[in-house]
Every structure is written in structure tokens, then in C-alpha cells.
Ligand binder design. Sequence first.
Ligand code: BGC
Length: 507
Amino acid sequence: MGKVGFTVAAAAAVVTCAVAVTVVSKRVKSRRKWRKVVGVLREFEEICGTPLSRLKQIVDAMAVEMHAGLASEGGSKLKMLLTFVDKLPTGSERGVYYALDLGGTNFRVLRVQLGGRRSSIVRQDVERKPIPEHLMTSSSEELFDFIAKSLKEFVEKETDEDSSVSSVKKRELGFTFSFPVKQTSVSSGILMKWTKGFSIRDMVGKDVCDCLQQALSRQGLDMHVVSLVNDTVGTLALGHYNDEDTVAAVIIGTGTNACYYERADAIIKSQGFPSSTGFMVVNMEWGNFWSSHLPRTIYDIELDADSPNPNDQGFEKMISGMYLGEIARRVILRMSQESDIFGPISSSLVKPFILRTPLMSTMHEDDTPDLREVARILEEVLEIQDVPHKVRKLVVNICDVVTRRAARLAAAGIIGILKKIGRDGSGGIAGGRSKDTSSSKMRRAVVAVEGGLYSNYRMFREYLNEAVTEILGEELSSFVELMVTEDGSGIGAALLAASYSSEMEDT
Ligand code: BGC
């Protein structure tokens, strides 16, 4: 070989080597990046872990905190608010009642005609309206004027529609207001604080019914607010109207909370026990539950710190629809900061709350072979383009970890309530009733459940139901039924308006 030929061959070899080195080093780099993001996922997964042992600790903590909250005001982060609801609908309720339901993403106006038998809702008309976003942070007058105006329009439409409805002499109204309220009677109560992104300063400390009643008179509406209830209480009322074995109600939607009915002797509040029937529904405000056993990640800590209500509603921030998508977004953002597997960080990816939970559930439940929906949402919502298949799978994993933890924690909360009232087969907690752990003493216990997260998100529902069985075991869990109660919060308020209406009391 001549000198020139040798030089060319050597140069070619050098180039080939260089290319090979570049390819190898690219591969090494990309493997390293991949390992990094998988590391982020693994760490997240590990801290979010909810093995049975941890769930049982949370069950116990919930039952203990319920006791503490009932024993003294401020005794626990669980407010355990007395609702003054000491009778639940029995089926004897008859007539036409109205309800307003405010508290989540939508606002609802309802009219319910009751037939005088259990489970006999002769007719129900529901109108849903999204709450204009600016009203969530406006003034109490603006918010209540919007509510009263919507009710007026609803009532005005009925005049020619149906003579049985328009002939109602006295229009009585139940008001579902799904925020922490310190009730002073069944039809009055003071707003303690806002949750779920609402923040109307001039409203805190005011009587909610007064605000509504004043707005109704500003609209010239002659209607009387008979019952002021939390959405959990409305759901319990409808649950009990349909099935007498209903002992508690849980909302898992934009926010989360639970209520149950409690024996008089378990309530030792300083103000005494203002019930003549021996029991009262207690609004737990479980969204504010806290325990050191809760699996908290850096994403939860940062989400809380950036929220308008830091150190508040810790349980809610791990469980409810308002927050799950946001937790997932934060994990994706961390991965993007650690590596470029999602490409350059887009301006959308850094926007809080842009990944709403329904979008997250669509990605989680995407069953197309190439995870097309995941790619579409990443592109359209987070502006992340051309995501390879294995990265799409990673996103599905993130959604799975977030949702599984949320659903299992909610399940532990529910069993905690059953434990507190001695309906979990364990005989209650220390100081409770007998310690018989057999199923021989178990009775059917129904828990009414409402909220989009539970009813629309199949994976969430499956994880929750599975965890109930895991905690209680096959045999005992067969006594516990979770019953989806659609529109319960609003219909239940109308039912309670009927139970507490002056006409019913006169009969
Ligand atoms: C509120 C509760 C309500 C729950 C579900 C929470 O943010 O504090 O009062 O029941 O959301 O709507």
C-alpha cells in the first residue's frame, strides 16, 4: 500500500472510531438520563408506598383523631363539626322542595318532588352551571347574587311548565354549602375558612344562611332556607333515604370529606349535646386530617407551600381531584429538570394546575397500544412534543402512583370511621365496645359515596375498593358496601329541607 493509501485508510479508521465513540457515548449519556428519571420515579413510588401495615396505622390514627376531635374543640386537626342534623329522612317526606348546591367545580339548582315513601323521588329537576372563576375570589355579595339569580331564573321557568310544581304555596330551600362551617342550628352557621381554591375574605366569620337569605330578598325571591348542610351530610341523607343501613358518607371529588352519625354519649363537646334523638350527624372535615404515617413526598410539601392554604387540608391535598393532576405535573417537571427526555421545558409545564385530574385519568386509563391519548395530552396541554413510547409509559406510571396512593388513603379513612363506630369487626378502639373480632357480630354497613373522582375514574375506584378488602379481609369486607349516590349532596339537602320544614314538623 502506498503512503497516500495508508493515510486515507488510517483517517477512515479514525473517523469510524470517532463515530463509534460518539454513538457509544450518546447511548451511555441517554442511558444515564433514563436511569436518572427512572430513579425519580422509583423514589416517588417508594415514598408513596401504602403497604397494608401503613394503611392499618392510618385507620387507627383516623379513629383516634375522631375521638380527640369530639372530646374537645381544637383537640385534633379533625374539626368533627356538629351539624345539628339529628334526624335523617325516613320516607314520610312529601311535597316539592328546592336545593342549592355550592362547593365544587359546578353549582347546581334542584327541585325535588317527594312521594311520601322511602326512595320515592317522584320527580327531580337539576340545572348545573360552572362557577365563573372570578367569583371564587370576589366578594360574598357578588357570589351570593349569582347564586340567587340562578335560582330565580330556575323558578321563573317553572311557572307554565307544571301546575303541580307552580302551585307550591311556600317554597322551602335546602342549601348545600361544602366548606367548613360551624353550625349554630340546622339552618345557620358561620364559615370557618375556605378550601378548594375559593378565597372570599369578607365571607369568613359570616353566617352563610344570612348571606343567602339577603341575596334572595335582593332578587325579590320569597323563599325560606330551612337547612344548611355540608355536601357529605346531603349525601348521607339521600343514602339513608334509599337504604337505612347507611352509616356514613364520603365525598371524593374536587375536595374530600366525610360525615357519619354519632351516638350522643360519644359527643362530649363543651356546648353540650343539642339533640333530642340521641344521635347527631358529625361533619368530620377529614380533608384536614393529619398523621405522621401519611406518606408525604417532596412534591406534596412543595404543593402545600405554594397553595393559598399552607399547612391546611393535608389529607385532601393527597387525595382529591383538585390536586392529583398537579402532583403528577410536579413529578414530570422534576424529571424534565433532571434530564431532557421530555425535550426543553415548555412554558406550560411550569404552570401550576394546568394538568387537571380528568386529563390525568385519561392518560392513566389510555388503553391504545401506542398510548396515543398520553401523547396527545402531553402535546396539547403540556406542550411536550414527540414523546417516545417508553416515556409515555413512564407518564402512565406516574399517574398510577399518584392515584393508587390517593385511593388507598381514602379507603383507610373510611375503615377508620367504621372502626370508630364499631362497624369494622374489630370492636372499636380502646375504650370502645367489646373486642370481638369475629364476623358474627358484623352487620351490613353502607357508606354513601359521591364525587367525580370515585364515580368517573375507574382505576381510582378499583384501587379504593381493593384496599377496603385488603384492610378488612374478604369476610368482613363483604358486610361493607360503598354505594355511589349521584347528586346526593343536592337532593339530600332538599330531603333535609323536607325533614326540617315547618309543614313536616306540624304534622
Ligand atoms: C370542604 C368540605 C367538603 C369537601 C368536599 C372540602 O374542601 O372543606 O366541607 O365537604 O371539600 O366537597
